[in-house]
Design a protein around this ligand. Structure first.
Ligand code: ATP
Length: 271
């Protein structure tokens, strides 16, 4: 509610992530690869922004720039008003990868605790945070299990819990559910939306799936390859409250249609 008021008067909020004419060219032995070119985008607090586009259009690179894992070669980007490097040092975000990436020799609790140990949280604070994030992803009771004792979907939820453990306001998610079957993915999408509502995080989410992008997002960024550009930003008219069967509504299908058209138009760059 407060967020909406702030957004209406448009004075108190500055974008959480702001890219201006940003480019990134990789120098390779085969010549330069323009992974991103002249990309401008503002992500506001509490937004759920999905990035969709064909393979190689720069979605992961964009996310990695936000996380200070790559440096742009042109233009500017800020995260929470500062450089990605400063934001990383201030632990502004959690990052969830496509593979859960849990250490097999550590329990679920041990995996979630690892970044907290590195950051020097006290033992009691670690325990309290592990308990809280396990509840958030509905894995209470699994703290002492090992990753191999959990299904793929549960492992991915554990990796989301790990990203949430130090309570960053921003969650960067790179195709976190891409390797899961559709039913599990539906369930995790539903849970992620609930988690987003409860925590009011700002989420940047990479996906290949049109229904997933439309179901989850407040805004959908359609990208096109060679060079990687933003071809369209679609504001979702869907309410924030979204039961899964919203996907059968005409409103949902209309947004999905717009995304598909956007992707098709972007493909013209290929020719
Ligand atoms: N470290 C790197 N060195 C050289 N080229 C790279 C590097 N990382 C990415 N690229 C290239 O940059 C382009 C964008 O890659 P990126 O992984 O961001 O695309 P993507 O849209 O996330 O693709 P996918 O959907 O397949 O994950 C691709 O052509 C890729 O090969």
């Amino acid at each position: 509610m407060i967020r909406d008021v702030q957004r209406q008067d448009n004075v108190t909020t500055s974008p959480v992530i702001s890219a201006k004419n940003m480019s990134l060219t990789f120098q390779t032995n085969d010549g330069p690869i323009h992974a991103l070119q002249d990309v401008s985008l503002d992500i506001e607090k509490g937004d759920f922004v999905s990035f969709i586009g064909p393979s190689g259009c720069g979605k992961t690179t964009f996310l990695r720039v936000m996380a200070d894992l790559e440096q742009p070669t042109g233009g500017e980007i800020t995260v929470n008003g500062v450089s990605p490097e400063e934001a990383r040092k201030a632990r502004a975000y959690g990052y969830v990868f496509q593979a859960a990436g849990l250490y097999p020799w550590r329990t679920i609790g041990g995996n979630i605790r690892l970044p907290l140990e590195i950051m020097g949280f006290s033992r009691s604070e670690q325990a309290e945070r592990v308990k809280r994030v396990l509840e958030l992803v509905e894995l209470d009771g699994f703290e002492k299990k090992f990753p191999w004792q959990l299904s793929g979907g549960m492992q991915q939820r554990a990796s989301i819990a790990r990203a949430l453990a130090f309570d960053a306001d921003i969650l960067l998610m790179d195709e976190p559910f891409g390797a899961l079957d559709e039913i599990v993915r539906d369930h995790l999408n539903e849970q992620l939306l609930k988690l987003w509502k409860r925590t009011e995080k700002t989420i940047a989410f990479v996906t290949h799936s049109i229904p997933e992008a439309v179901y989850l997002s407040t805004r959908i960024v359609v990208m096109s390859p060679r060079p990687g550009r933003i071809s369209e930003v679609i504001e979702s008219p869907l309410p924030r409250e979204r039961p899964l069967d919203i996907r059968d509504t005409q409103e949902f299908l209309d947004v999905a249609h717009r995304v598909r058209e956007g992707l098709r138009a972007g493909h013209a760059y290929d020719e």
